[in-house]
Design a binder for this molecule. Structure first.
Ligand SMILES: Cc1ncc(COP(=O)(O)O)c(C=O)c1O
Length: 394
């Protein structure tokens, strides 16, 4: 997920433009900023790129998912259906809102299984939070159908999926709201940053207000703004937005190279009988940030991860043991819940966190390896990588 691999003069020029104006904050100081509104410009460019009505940039992908859930009305005691394979930020956001994460299985797409989601729905379900892990999609048509049938909003965490699409439409734009991350290791980066996207104008208003202490942003005088809701400060600075603007202009180049590199490695492994690939419901829409595949057993996957590391093959992830992407290492959620959750804990609604039961996901992730795809690999580096992979996986 390597926007940082293509840093150059374009990012420096955008940052210099902000420094010239001397206004680093996204709101106010209208006269001083000499027409430079980087956060606004980034929002407009993202809206065009993603084909969505509203985009609001904020300080991180974590802030974005928190804000999207808050703006969707998720609160104390509500249930939110989440996958066990995600980034901890999603579970943190649900817990800090005083809500209850309900884990549903992932399938061979490595994303939420629509059947498992349907089975996990209850009268207390306030939202389904799908995560487009490793840059690609779940069985999205089925998932959207389940949510629509049951009248439950879908929120998409597309932090890892900038540039990905399903049947021609950008991931992040299928639900009530979507969130993105622009942290340092994402497909495009602002160093730190995020965005909430939606077609719902009322939700967009709440998102804007929430990330800026509840300001309604209606008048020219910030000091005279009304505060219809209680918010926080999740604002993105103009400096960060400037970097994001330069990066967004490079998105097509990044995607093109990632896709070519992934195709080379995937084609080169296609004849190996032990290797089967992650299911991609729309292969053309894959952003190709990772090549994810399954080995026949957990023991073989563990051994392959060790062998690849011994050969110096970097960026090879065995998520099953990872402490920020898979539920098995999240003991701290089970013992130490957020203060906002004390009432929920006392009501006994968090007992299930002590024994998260997702055998289908455990069986899949136990034999999954994911290889990070880089943008700047040379043909030699790619060929060498394929040789190592074949030697280990054959
Ligand atoms: C799926 C997912 N959601 C949310 C986040 C949080 O983004 P950030 O690091 O910008 O807070 C990440 C970051 O890795 C992520 O991978």
């Amino acid at each position: 997920m390597p926007g940082f691999e293509v840093f150059g003069a374009e990012e420096r020029a955008e940052v210099a433009d902000v420094l010239d104006s001397g206004v680093l904050m996204r709101y106010g100081f209208d006269a001083a900023r000499k027409g430079r509104w980087k956060a606004r410009e980034l929002e407009a460019a993202l809206a065009t790129r993603l084909g969505t009505h509203h985009v609001h940039v904020c300080s991180s992908g974590t802030a974005a998912v928190f804000t999207a859930l808050a703006a969707a009305g998720v609160g104390a005691g509500d249930e939110v259906i989440v996958p066990p394979f995600t980034f901890v930020a999603d579970i943190e956001a649900v817990l800090w809102l005083g809500a209850v994460p309900v884990f549903a299985e992932v399938d061979a797409t490595l994303c939420l299984d629509p059947h498992a989601v349907e089975a996990a729905l209850s009268p207390r379900t306030k939202a389904v939070l799908v995560v487009h892990m490793c840059g690609a999609m779940p069985k999205l048509a089925e998932l959207v159908a389940v949510c629509q049938k049951r009248g439950v909003p879908l929120i998409e965490d597309a932090a890892q999926a900038m540039g990905a699409s399903y049947r021609g439409r950008a991931l992040g734009t299928f639900g009530l709201a979507g969130s993105f991350s622009f942290d340092y290791v994402k497909t495009i980066t602002c160093a730190e940053g995020g965005a909430v996207v939606t077609d719902d104008p009322a939700l967009h208003d709440r998102v804007q207000a929430f990330t800026d202490h509840g300001h309604d942003h209606r008048g020219a005088d910030r000091g005279a703004d009304q505060h219809p809701i209680i918010g926080l400060n999740f604002r993105l600075s103009e400096l960060h937005a400037a970097v994001g603007l330069a990066q967004l202009r490079k998105l097509d180049l990044i995607l093109e190279r990632q896709r070519a590199h992934k195709r080379f490695l995937k084609d080169g492994l296609a004849d190996l009988p032990r290797v089967t690939f992650r299911e991609l419901p729309d292969p053309d829409g894959d952003s190709a940030t990772f090549l994810s595949f399954f080995l026949p057993s957990e023991a073989e996957a563990r051994q392959a991860a060790r062998d690849l590391a011994a050969r110096g093959v970097d960026g090879c992830f065995y998520w099953y043991d990872n402490n920020w992407h898979y539920h098995r290492q999240w003991q701290h959620f089970k013992d130490l819940v957020s203060p906002a959750l004390l009432a929920v804990k006392r009501a006994g609604w968090l007992e299930h966190l002590h024994a998260i039961h997702v055998p289908q996901s455990d069986a899949l992730l136990g034999r999954t390896l994911c290889l990070l795809i880089k943008v700047n690999w040379t043909p030699d580096q790619l060929a060498q990588r394929l040789n190592h992979l074949r030697a280990v996986l054959a």
